[in-house]
Design a protein around this ligand. Structure first.
Ligand SMILES: [Zn+2]
Length: 118
């Protein structure tokens, strides 16, 4: 595993994440929230993800069952990560927030059927 750095658009929120390969096991989710965000994500153990700056600028959005925790920067609005409802010991990370990560669609992107996850 290597340590990657990333952050929101305005760089107020910065994080590190341990990843084996940032181009593998990427996914989209078709739930009503993820569709509107239009993001490609990667799931990691919550112990492999650390917010290193900007904690107080992270806003939390919750909906539906209130289990998942969706975090975004209150300054620039960019979604950075969320604690997963289907596995609360994992975060999913907005892969395009990684420094130097562009065009994740160029890699294989799976689909999580969050639409029917009740
Ligand atoms: Zn920001």
């Amino acid at each position: 595993m290597d340590t990657y750095q990333g952050g929101c658009h305005c760089q107020v929120v910065r994080f590190t994440v341990q990843l084996d390969d940032p181009t593998q096991e990427l996914y989209r989710c078709n739930c009503s929230l993820c569709r509107k965000k239009g993001i490609v994500m990667k799931a990691v153990a919550d112990t492999d993800f650390d917010v290193i700056s900007g904690h107080k600028h992270l806003s939390l959005y919750q909906w539906n069952k209130g289990i998942a925790e969706h975090f975004f920067c209150s300054a620039c609005g960019v979604y950075t990560h969320h604690r997963r409802r289907r596995n609360p010991r994992q975060f999913s990370v907005n892969i395009e927030c990684l420094d130097g990560m562009e065009m994740p669609e160029a890699f294989s992107v799976g689909l999580v059927n969050g639409l029917e996850h009740d």
